[in-house]
Design a protein around this ligand. Sequence first.
Ligand code: ZN
Length: 254
Amino acid sequence: MANELKMPTLPSFDNVEDERRHRKERLAAGFRLFSKFSFDEGVAGHITARDPELLDHFWVNPFGMHFSHIRVSDLILVNDHGEVVQGDRAVNQAAFAIHSQVHAARPDVIAAAHAHSTYGKTWSSLRRPLGALTQDACAFYGDHAVFEDYTGVVLDTEEGKRIAHALGDNKAVILSNHGNLTVGHSVDEAVWWFITMERTCQAQLMAEAAGTPVEIDPEMAGLTQSQVGSHIAGWFSFQPLWDRITREQPDLFE
Ligand SMILES: [Zn+2]
């Protein structure tokens, strides 16, 4: 008799409260992981999750709270005017200016992630797309863009609109001289793309510092993109990280 082999499976929900709770738990876990990977830089950085019922509202981290401290109950809900409608802490104006426009332009996007991580912001100063240097890098092959402008801290939704336009249908955009932004059909996916994009920036910086890396040919890069770059692959890659962080830091559920 064959054994039943276990695999993580995509969750489904029969009510909006459960779905909301699920998104908020994944979001709190995402912040804990961002802290673990040292993506924190003072008060910079935000991950948002679209509310499953109020589709133009999103959940986000409170402005000025360290990623490593964020619990489900600390998350704030922001409406389409940038007003906090649940929670008692302020929203980062840049989080609203950028993420509200990304969520509006991309109805398929459930979550968006952005931080001032070291290798991402270093790579962003080169104003170039990432190359197909490694198998992991192929997740971004033909699926990321460069926003080739820098106009100071993004506080205006007009600038957020321009960023959303540059993102297009891609999973990621490099914000020049600033850092990366990734999106996904789940919080899991957006957070995973951010983590693996950071390491992809690191790998390319190291490879170019060491010599002249050889790119994967376009046909193989495209094939690999379809294997490691799909929505389900992004979601699946996050699951061991979820297991790790929730076992280590169960207070995030509070
Ligand atoms: Zn930023």
